[in-house]
Design a protein. Structure first.
Length: 152
């Protein structure tokens, strides 16, 4: 290898390392996987039991979610601050609209047997998990793209 090929290789290697570091930093500023899983479980429980159980029990299901949110925000203070984006990507908006559509259609599907409610909860856990993971990936990718645009 001559000198110019060596410097090109070093530059490409440094650029790849910077890309990996930027992606790691963006992922660390997002919510932890365990928090997202618990949030999905609670949201699926709320949507699965809507119009089936009394309203007081539904509101009682909000209490652990609120405690989880308080715990998350106290934990978030110690994490790196997320880079604010000037605008969200179209993929993120699409995932968000899909999340809202699933939430609305889940309340249109009233069930009265406990095994049906359990299946609805399980299905909502899977679908909401996929949608929130897609939102999270789009947010990280959008944050990295926005950082690259602001760097140049």
């Amino acid at each position: 290898m001559n000198g110019s090929e060596s410097t090109e290789f070093e530059a490409a290697n440094a650029l790849a390392q910077a890309e990996v570091a930027a992606e790691c930093m963006a992922r660390r500023s997002e919510m932890p996987n365990w928090f997202m899983a618990l949030a999905v479980i609670f949201m699926a429980a709320l949507l699965a039991t809507a119009k089936v159980v009394p309203l007081g029990i539904t509101f009682a299901l909000f209490a652990p979610l609120l405690l989880l949110a308080v715990f998350y925000f106290s934990l978030r203070r110690k994490r790196p601050k997320a880079r604010t984006q000037l605008k969200h990507s179209g993929r993120y908006i699409g995932w968000m609209l899909l999340f809202m559509l699933i939430g609305q259609t889940a309340t249109w599907w009233p069930l009265y047997e406990w095994w049906q409610i359990g299946l609805k909860w399980l299905g909502l856990c899977v679908v909401l998990g996929v949608v929130l993971t897609g939102m999270r990936r789009a947010e990280v990718a959008g944050r990295i793209e926005d950082a690259h645009e602001q760097a140049f």
